[in-house]
Design a protein around this ligand. Structure first.
Ligand code: ACO
Length: 332
């Protein structure tokens, strides 16, 4: 623990995928779809799908270990773990299982749920603890196994989602590399995208009933979410840039939630950013929800494309509805 105010640095990244990849062609043997439809409408070529033995905690721990090791830290250095997920192994939370799995004995750990905005909201939450001087090293993980909750008979949703995990380590430092952020919610649009609990009444005694139910598969009004994304995402990025005294062309990289290539193209066009600065990996992974931004970040770091000092704009958007943006400078 340190005292007083601090800046935030982004010093390590990691990511992990489950082994099994499900190509569009394979999926076209499950539902009435085609590689042509999925590729042209979304840019997705395949997605990874966890089998019955694979867990969110194991995948998240793998990504976390990668981030801690590239940050040149040990698990004992971590003060706080924030696990952004909508698909926990345990509704009471999965972050503590990750803490145990990586041996981060000193860390406090909790889950954060904000669907596909979860990683961005997690980074902003972590920054508050660092800026106030409460914690020095914070691990933020975005991990989701949405394949658990898709309706494999619904071609309008099952082709979109995949499984994965990504993580970053954020550290207290003198010069603040978190250049700006914005977070938003609009619950009036909640019905556009849901993984909802449905209950049945269970009579107990003397007119008292309890409820017993389950979560039903993902439902989405794709057109509404598309419209929301192509208007709100450029807006929130422009606002965040404005407040930071920056313009889009100052950004070396734009990392958007990997939902649909058409959304990425529309946002890049509105910001006047060339395609080569827009990170896209959905062809390999599909939409991995809270994991999509940190996986993309980690892949670009590992390929040597993102270098220390590069400026990155990130934006997450999705269920809630929620959306937000973070501007950062990569590296110590
Ligand atoms: N294969 C073949 N045909 C299909 C498929 C499929 N997988 N899915 C839908 N179709 C058909 C429809 O039935 C429809 O046929 P019809 O014209 O005969 O009725 C036609 O294709 C067009 O359907 P649309 O829904 O209009 O297709 P659209 O071009 O809007 O693309 C999509 C759908 C890809 C879902 C798009 O709307 C989208 O990307 N929306 C945003 C989703 C998103 O960003 N989600 C992010 C948040 S995720 C989170 O928070 C967890």
């Amino acid at each position: 623990m340190i005292n007083g105010e601090a800046g935030v640095a982004f010093i390590g990244s990691g990511s992990a995928q489950v082994e099994t990849a499900l190509s569009n062609d394979m999926l076209s043997r499950v539902v009435d779809t085609s590689d042509e439809w999925i590729s042209s409408r979304t840019g997705i070529g395949q997605r990874h799908v966890a089998n019955g033995d694979e867990s969110l905690a194991v995948l998240a721990a793998q990504a976390a270990k990668g981030a801690i090791s590239t940050a040149n830290l040990t698990p004992d250095d971590i003060d706080l773990i924030i696990l952004a997920t909508s698909t926990p192994d345990d509704l009471f939370g999965t972050a503590c299982q990750v803490q145990a799995a990586i041996g981060a004995t000193r860390a406090v750990a909790f889950d954060l749920t904000a669907a596909c905005s979860g990683f961005v909201f997690g980074v902003v939450t972590a920054a508050q603890f660092i800026r106030t001087g409460t914690y020095q090293n914070v691990l933020v993980i975005g991990a989701d196994l949405l394949s658990r909750w898709v309706d494999w008979e619904d071609r309008t949703t099952c082709v979109l989602f995949g499984d994965g995990a990504g993580a970053v380590v954020m550290q207290a430092c003198d010069r603040d590399r978190l250049l700006g952020f914005e977070m938003h919610s609009d619950g009036t649009l909640n019905g556009c995208l849901n993984l909802a609990y449905t209950a049945q009444s269970v009579p107990l005694v003397d007119g008292v009933t309890a409820q017993k139910g389950t979560f039903t598969a993902i439902t989405m009004n794709g057109r509404e979410v598309y419209r929301f994304a192509v208007s709100r995402v450029p807006e929130v990025l422009e606002k965040t840039l404005f407040h930071a005294g920056l313009v889009a062309s100052d950004m070396d990289w734009l990392i958007l939630h990997q939902a649909n290539q058409r959304i990425l193209d529309a946002v890049a066009k509105r910001l006047n950013l060339p395609a080569e600065r827009v990170v896209s990996n959905m062809a390999k992974h599909g939409n991995t929800s809270a994991a999509s931004i940190p996986i993309a970040l980690d892949e670009w770091v590992r390929m040597g494309k993102i270098q220390p000092g590069h400026k990155i704009a990130m934006s997450g958007f999705g269920a809630g509805l929620t959306w937000g943006a973070v501007l950062l400078e990569w590296g110590r």
